[in-house]
Write a protein that binds this ligand. Structure first.
Ligand code: NAD
Length: 439
């Protein structure tokens, strides 16, 4: 099948490459010339495990190409996938400018009977809006499908090739069959394909992200209660996760959720609910708890140093900038909130992330010192904050950490370590929802 993917970011590049991997002819287009230049030189412009190899193979075998010529990509495709960003507007709602602009371009350039697939995360009513745009351009022959994406950065290739489910939002049987055919290699092991109306498909994506974010905020709120009461969130988590009605996923307490999806999508659903006179109490609470959790981490660090005035000028090391492991994406990473809070208190920060230092540099410039190695960040620091759950931070050389830090203090935003073990090693150790450990 001839496919055009519009927006060659985390979703577009992975999706386009996986379609090429199953034999389709794919053109990925983007208005960002520097991104396309890099892709044309064989570079993947962001970190995503396993993606580079797949891109190289499919480009080499002639099934995948990159271009800034959006119209010409669309004009040759049977299906155009919209994968552009849908960032938050100032009121929290999804900014649909890029989606609507691309829908118009599809209206201008697509061949007769083409299919426009909305893969970007978009609020209920967007497919209808795009249909109106196309109708106003006398392009009622173009079918609009809502086909939300559920991949996770860090495991995006695997998630795309073996998705838990596919959602196809259209009531047109022929178009639905075309999409089923396209996805059939990915669901051979029996994972379901759900066909439904546009609106249900659009809402499915937001509901999924909101529920996952809600579970995290719920556990973070329980972790606050644990801290006050001297209970241990790890015990609580394991015992409730063993209940098959609850399950163990997304119950890990942390410094808060971040990334380019959960915060923006919960905000967008909150804004949308208010627009239609539904008071989104749980959604708002999910956001509020998350913000409080990030601020609580900053408060814990400042309190340890005796408050803002005495923390001023002290140096702290930070391990982890990405919003989660296995990605270089720092969009709305909780690390940024912690960094902002500590910088505002006048602290000096030495940071290290295995792949996200460069992205942080774009945001913070020389306000941070960027270490090129894990232990390099620790030199002369009065404490270490662990903010991303990278595997390489899970079993570090604690002897080396202790001898390199100016004082043996760890603030763990991901509960990677055993409090009693760290206490024995002579650390003062703070984590989430567990009593602090020190001698
Ligand atoms: P991204 O920022 O990585 O990529 C978007 C790309 O679209 C950019 O390269 C940008 O240059 C390009 N673009 C913007 N306007 C354009 C236009 N008019 N024409 C052509 N290209 C244009 O974004 P992303 O993380 O890939 O997310 C894309 C969408 O998918 C969002 O709606 C997001 O919510 C959703 N989504 C993201 C993830 C994820 O993990 N990142 C997962 C599921 C769904």
């Amino acid at each position: 099948m001839k496919i055009c993917v519009i927006g060659t970011g985390y979703v577009g590049l992975v999706t386009g490459t996986c379609f090429a991997e199953t034999g389709n002819d794919v053109t990925c287009v983007d208005t960002d010339k520097s991104k396309i230049d890099r892709l044309q030189k064989g570079e993947v412009p962001f970190y995503e495990p396993g993606l580079g190899e797949l891109v190289t193979r499919n480009v080499g075998e002639g099934r995948l190409r990159f271009s800034t010529a959006v119209d010409s990509g669309i004009s040759e495709a049977v299906i155009s996938f919209i994968c552009v960003g849908t960032p938050s507007s100032s009121d929290g709602s999804a900014d649909l400018k890029a989606v609507e602009a691309v829908a118009e371009q599809v209206g201008k350039a697509a061949p007769k009977g083409a299919v426009l697939v909305l893969k970007s995360t978009v609020p209920v009513g967007t497919a209808e809006e795009c249909t109106k745009i196309l109708n106003s351009m006398k392009r009622a022959d173009i079918h609009v499908v809502s086909n939300p994406e559920f991949l996770r950065e860090g495991t995006a290739v695997q998630d795309c090739l073996i998705p838990d489910r596919i959602v196809i939002g259209t009531l047109d049987m022929a178009v639905s069959a075309l999409l089923r055919e396209l996805y059939s290699p990915f669901v051979r092991t029996g994972h379901p394909v759900f066909a439904m109306d546009h609106k249900s498909a659009e809402l499915t994506k937001y509901a999924a992200n909101a529920l996952l974010a809600l579970r995290i905020s719920f556990m973070n709120e329980i972790s606050m209660i644990c801290e006050k009461e001297g209970a241990d969130i790890a015990n609580v988590r394991e015992a409730i996760g063993a209940d098959h009605r609850i399950g163990p996923q997304y119950l890990f307490p942390s410094v808060g959720f971040g990334g380019s999806c959960f915060p923006k999508d919960v905000r967008a659903l909150t804004a949308h609910a208010r627009e239609i006179d539904v008071e989104p109490r749980l959604l708002q609470a999910t956001l509020d708890v998350n913000e409080a959790q990030k601020q609580a981490f900053v408060g814990r660090v400042l309190r340890h140093f005796g408050g803002e005035a005495s923390a001023k000028g002290k140096r702290v090391a930070i391990w982890g900038l990405a919003f989660k492991a296995k990605t270089d994406d720092i969009r709305e990473s909780p690390a940024l909130t912690v960094i902002d809070g500590l910088l505002a208190a006048g602290m000096k920060l030495h940071v290290f992330d295995p792949v996200a230092n460069a992205n942080a540099k774009v945001v913070y410039g020389d306000r941070l010192t960027y270490a090129s190695s894990t232990y390099g960040a620790l030199e002369g620091a009065a404490a270490l904050c662990v903010l991303t759950e990278w595997n390489q931070f899970r079993h570090p050389d604690f002897g080396k950490i202790k001898s390199t830090l100016a004082s043996p203090v760890i603030f763990d935003g991901r509960n990677l370590y055993d409090p009693q073990a760290l206490k024995k090693l002579g650390f003062t150790y703070y984590s989430i929802g567990r009593p602090p450990a020190s001698n």
